[in-house]
Design a protein around this ligand. Sequence first.
Ligand SMILES: NC(=O)c1ccc[n+]([C@@H]2O[C@H](COP(=O)([O-])OP(=O)(O)OC[C@H]3O[C@@H](n4cnc5c(N)ncnc54)[C@H](OP(=O)(O)O)[C@@H]3O)[C@@H](O)[C@H]2O)c1
Length: 288
Amino acid sequence: MLKIALIGSTGMLGIDVNAALKGVNFLLKNYNSKNLDITDARLTLDAMNNFKPDYIINCAAFAFVDLAEEEKEKADAVNHLGAQNLAEAALALDSRIVHISTDYVFDGTKKTPYFEDDETNPINEYGLSKLKGESDIQDSGASYIILRTSWLYGKNGKNFVNTILKLADNQKKIEVVNDQIGCPTYTKDVAYAISEIILKDNSKNEIYHLTNSGSASWYEFALEIIHVFKRTNCEIIPVSTDKFVRPAKRPFNSILDNSKIKEDYNIELRHWKDALRKYCNDIGYFIR
Ligand SMILES: NC(=O)c1ccc[n+]([C@@H]2O[C@H](COP(=O)([O-])OP(=O)(O)OC[C@H]3O[C@@H](n4cnc5c(N)ncnc54)[C@H](OP(=O)(O)O)[C@@H]3O)[C@@H](O)[C@H]2O)c1
């Protein structure tokens, strides 16, 4: 039976990965910041050595994009050094690391979807720390799969869908940016894809893009949320990014091309609009 160490098991993605892996015959062990601090190399190696996993799935992160501008050491410690520590443990124990990364490794200036080998150039501290994590895993000598995903929402975390729903229940109008485009992605779909990847593993060391298909601006995403969750009495107003000054810059285009994972693993996630409907059914958030 394959032994899997799930790091970040209490996070928005980690909880769904745990559920997806439980459905398969894996021996699973969960880790979060309470029972393993991945920023500590010694503790990380000891914990992995005690379990000796075949796979280490890293869903842990410092994922607060704005806060990372101020607390860049914390972001670096988890997203960069944490990834490096896990990769070193993976190398020492001959485990394979499945690491989750982000669309924010790109600067967003490309006019078409990003491929895995497009030039990276993060424009915020979070993206930079995630890119350093990716690079260290690639340089570590450990066996790896890096999965870049984007615009995640799921049942167990603070996310854009829930924010829009809460605002829509309290406001008649919501302003949402319409000049940043990307791929909204349901954590449950990524979680099932991760279990598929492990089952079909081709043993290659690769980076893959993995998002729901299609693309949208945040404004279009908000419009669809209002529509699906029947909050149409609230008006969504498109505005440009310069109207919302935030600590961290965001890429204008972070659409990820998913054709490589389709080719290598025959994995293609459903359209983001279908995923949103599924999420709506799954959470049943006061559907009117
Ligand atoms: N959220 C998005 O929109 C988005 C978009 C693209 C990519 N991603 C990537 O997707 C992955 C999952 O993100 P998420 O939104 O699910 O994150 P999340 O909800 O913030 O969960 C983070 C997880 O990391 C754990 N963690 C934090 N610091 C740790 C440490 N020092 N040692 C061990 N565990 C630690 C947390 O444990 P505790 O609960 O104990 O604190 C929690 O389980 C991350 O790699 C993120 O960069 C996210």
